[in-house]
Design a protein around this ligand. Structure first.
Ligand code: EPU
Length: 337
């Protein structure tokens, strides 16, 4: 394992902000992860797992050891031909490339999750989701290193405790579990999921095949969300708030066109943070070197030269305005370091 020192993390975060990590371990194998953790413990340093860097904002330099999970490999585990197929994917594999591979192999389910930036290992942390589908729908198990018990474990779906953009990995506290591979089960039988209005409308009815859905998801995402390789961003900066039915009734009297998404929990409803922010005029807004994307009020961007602090200040101003005007506290979706 190679540990580098004083590494600028600018190429390792999709916001493209500058922050220096004191130490940076490039990890391919299980033993290398254990070695890097031992190094951090001996030196008394904090650690941070970093993979694609697509959901993180560095506000300051990082004084500890970055654990950069870069393992690779995809193992098709078999299943029931024509019905389901299990596959184990190394955490360091790119998520979008994997969804494309499934499409080519005629294994279905992940089309709606195409083009989400980041790695396979990061997908379960926040239970990535888009267009009516989330990772949990296909999840079987994953391998993790548990720093508390200092052992390698396999965790099944209920142990992962998935929820909207949430999982045990977020709840368990910083860096307890480090995901090393993920096992999913995909279907060999095509059944489109067009429940998300924007996707159904884009396809305009009929019986789309998997490639049509995959291409539609990519086209919608490209039209709304900036490509991080061209314009620094981390997708949605805040989660969509979940509020009570009563609160929703009050808001809808004030703003009759406020959208709502029904969720499983009774008495609660999810509303789009983007809509609230848009209403307050945030789309295309800016503060200093950081701005809000011109096509989407939930996406903060670094047009070049913004620091993590600039982006954080803008985000704080946005959430304060939502709190003041609607009495709703927005929660960041992005991890702030
Ligand atoms: N809207 C506005 N103004 C805007 C943008 C959107 O009023 O500037 C309205 C839209 O008209 C729509 C609603 O807000 O009624 C929702 O917008 P959108 O379909 O773009 O979805 P979102 O709720 O903003 C969520 C996820 C995205 C995911 C999309 C599609 C969260 C926090 N975000 O966004 O995930 O791609 O749905 O499923 O749940 C991410 O997590 O980084 C991410 C991009």
């Amino acid at each position: 394992m190679v540990i580098s020192h004083s590494v600028n993390l600018q190429p390792y975060n999709t916001f493209g902000v500058s922050a220096v990590a004191a130490h940076f371990a490039n990890i391919q194998k299980r033993e290398e992860l254990e070695e890097a953790i031992t190094f951090a413990e001996v030196e008394g340093l904090p650690t941070l797992v970093l993979a694609g860097g697509s959901n993180i904002l560095f506000v300051h330099d990082f004084p500890g050891v970055i654990l950069h999970i870069g393992n690779s490999g995809i193992r098709w585990l078999g299943g029931f031909p024509g019905s389901t197929q299990r596959v184990r994917i190394a955490a360091g594999e790119n998520w979008h490339s994997f969804t494309k591979l499934c499409l080519d192999k005629r294994l279905y389910g992940l089309e709606n999750l195409a083009l989400i930036p980041g790695t396979v290992g990061a997908a379960p942390i926040q239970n990535i989701g888009a267009y009516g589908v989330e990772l949990a729908d296909f999840f079987v198990e994953l391998s993790v290193y548990d720093r508390q018990s200092r052992s390698w474990e396999v965790m099944n779906k209920s142990q992962c405790d998935f929820a909207y953009r949430d999982s045990v990995f977020k709840k368990a506290g910083k860096g307890r579990y480090i995901v090393f591979d993920v096992t999913l089960e995909l279907s060999g039988i095509w059944k489109p999921n067009l429940n998300y209005a924007a996707l159904g409308n884009y396809l305009g009815g009929g019986k789309p095949d998997s490639k049509m859905v995959f291409d539609a998801v990519c086209a919608i995402r490209r039209s709304k969300l900036p490509d991080p390789s061209r314009l620094g961003n981390a997708g949605s900066f805040f989660k969509n708030p979940i509020i009570s039915d009563e609160k929703f009734t009050v808001l809808s009297k004030q703003m009759p066109d406020i959208p709502r998404f029904d969720i499983e929990e009774k008495g609660l409803v999810k509303i789009p943070a983007a809509w609230l922010l848009d209403r307050l005029g945030w789309k295309g807004g800016s503060r200093g070197a950081a701005s809000v994307h011109r096509n989407h009020a939930l996406v903060l961007v670094n047009p070049g030269g913004a620091t993590g602090e600039d982006i954080l200040l803008l985000a704080q101003e946005m959430s304060s305005s939502v709190l003041e005007n609607f009495g709703i506290a927005l929660e960041p979706e992005v991890q702030i370091i």
